[in-house]
Design a binder for this molecule. Sequence first.
Ligand code: FAD
Length: 205
Amino acid sequence: ISLTVSLTARSALSQVTWRGGFLFTHHGYSGPSVLNVSHVPVRARAGHSPKGQPPTAKVQVQWTALGDKEWEEALKPHGARTVTGALRAEMPDRLATALLVKANVEPTRPLTELRRDERLRLIDMLVRGELPWQGDEGYKKAEVMGGGVALSEVDPRTMESRRHKGLYLCGEVLDAFGPIGGYNFLWAWATGRSAGSAAAAVVKN
Ligand SMILES: Cc1cc2nc3c(=O)[nH]c(=O)nc-3n(C[C@H](O)[C@H](O)[C@H](O)COP(=O)(O)OP(=O)(O)OC[C@H]3O[C@@H](n4cnc5c(N)ncnc54)[C@H](O)[C@@H]3O)c2cc1C
């Protein structure tokens, strides 16, 4: 199942929200939205939380573009429409059914019979549902690294280290945190070119 969602990951250290593609795969969640917020739980789990704060992160999902008001509207009685019918208009069928089961709302219930408490529970899950997670795929599967040499330690014109003259840095070794979608390649190529040109110029002179 794939769809576009908004994910918000929160830890004691940071909070990131990203709207984009989301996939259920056989081994977990994937897609741009997941990859772009995953550093929050990964860093929390790796023990980067401030002292005394729990080493965990909460991930919330807004399953569609609809917010509270729009769902209130979509779940208003409408002929013989069932609650499943209302959800399926906005998301894949199997996900709609699974969310209704999780919210403890009978999928075949006509909207005319949806109780207020059920409606509120359902909207809460649709707009800010908690996404359970257990771990990440680790360094071997990671696509982009966080951390590295602080950007303040590098001259941006030449990429030369301000701490060690004659050392030129580029790409992943620097603490630049790009979203996925080509920005990390761009960063590697652009900084690589600057560093290479500057280092070559020194050799030439
Ligand atoms: C599976 C995957 C998918 C990705 N997809 C995207 C994407 O779609 N878009 C995007 O923008 N970014 C993507 N990235 C990230 C992107 O590939 C990196 O940000 C980028 O390649 C970093 O370039 P780099 O030159 O800094 O480092 P690297 O490409 O890692 O190059 C470092 C090189 O140094 C070599 N090396 C290491 N140690 C030594 C040593 N001691 N002596 C000599 N050589 C050494 C390594 O073998 C390697 O060739 C992806 C990364 C992965 C892993």
